[in-house]
Design a protein around this ligand. Sequence first.
Ligand SMILES: NC(=O)c1ccc[n+]([C@@H]2O[C@H](COP(=O)([O-])OP(=O)(O)OC[C@H]3O[C@@H](n4cnc5c(N)ncnc54)[C@H](OP(=O)(O)O)[C@@H]3O)[C@@H](O)[C@H]2O)c1
Length: 249
Amino acid sequence: MNRTGKTLLLIGATSDIGRATGLVYAMAGWDLQLAGRNLEAVRREADDIGTRSGASVSVHHLDILDTSRFEDFCGALPTLPDTVVCVVGQLGEQQRAERELDHATQVLRTNFEGPALLLGLIAERFAKRGSGTIIGISSVAGDRGRGSNYVYGAAKAGLSAFLSGLRNRLASAGVRVLTVKPGFVRTRMTAAMKLPPLLTAEPGQVADAIFSASEMKKQREVIYVRGLWWPIMLAIRSIPEPIFKRLRL
Ligand SMILES: NC(=O)c1ccc[n+]([C@@H]2O[C@H](COP(=O)([O-])OP(=O)(O)OC[C@H]3O[C@@H](n4cnc5c(N)ncnc54)[C@H](OP(=O)(O)O)[C@@H]3O)[C@@H](O)[C@H]2O)c1
């Protein structure tokens, strides 16, 4: 297989969406830097993808809650990647987050603080070089706060706003910033949920959407993986607050 000489940094390499994404890039000839908190699991992933694709794959320890190590993490990468995808996330439990400050803090930090600070740090390096693509996985849950999952939703709203600002600031610096809102995806995160088939994607479909959006010349920067989500969220955002609060979504 032809290698492209390009490198992807995948943050959250053990996630179901992350594993599918790594494989799509590797099969397209990219080399990989895989990062995650469980180094053994990341190594297994690296071996599997390397064997199947012939890609050169390095592995890196990263806990997204340990922000004090982010500078060292970036400094230790073998090369500054061409593209970074951050798929780290935690759905958490809304009702537990309402009662337990520690749980709410972890959901907010895992979905917002950690990904935003790390992608921001990498963005500075990309801006200095004058090239790079940053891809953050946010969620339709961040498009409007709902009573049933607003702690996770608020964290994803924060991430979407951060990525939007980064995109706006770095537009003339040669750095592209993409926000991916996958909708429902059949992964271990949603294993306990009954998912509507029309609005649910497989991890491989999310991976294909990420890869084609990042490689496309057309400047699509906010991506709803299943197109149907776009009008649905437009409608949900437009519902006036007095009606919305009666819907108890
Ligand atoms: N599935 C969906 O329906 C859906 C919908 C919209 C958005 N998303 C988003 O898509 C992304 C991927 O989700 P997924 O469905 O593939 O879920 P997943 O398989 O549960 O993946 C979550 C990933 O986050 C990692 N992670 C959690 N806390 C971490 C920490 N402190 N440090 C480092 N890594 C940590 C996990 O690592 P371990 O393997 O070590 O636990 C895992 O790799 C998430 O951002 C999620 O919010 C998912």
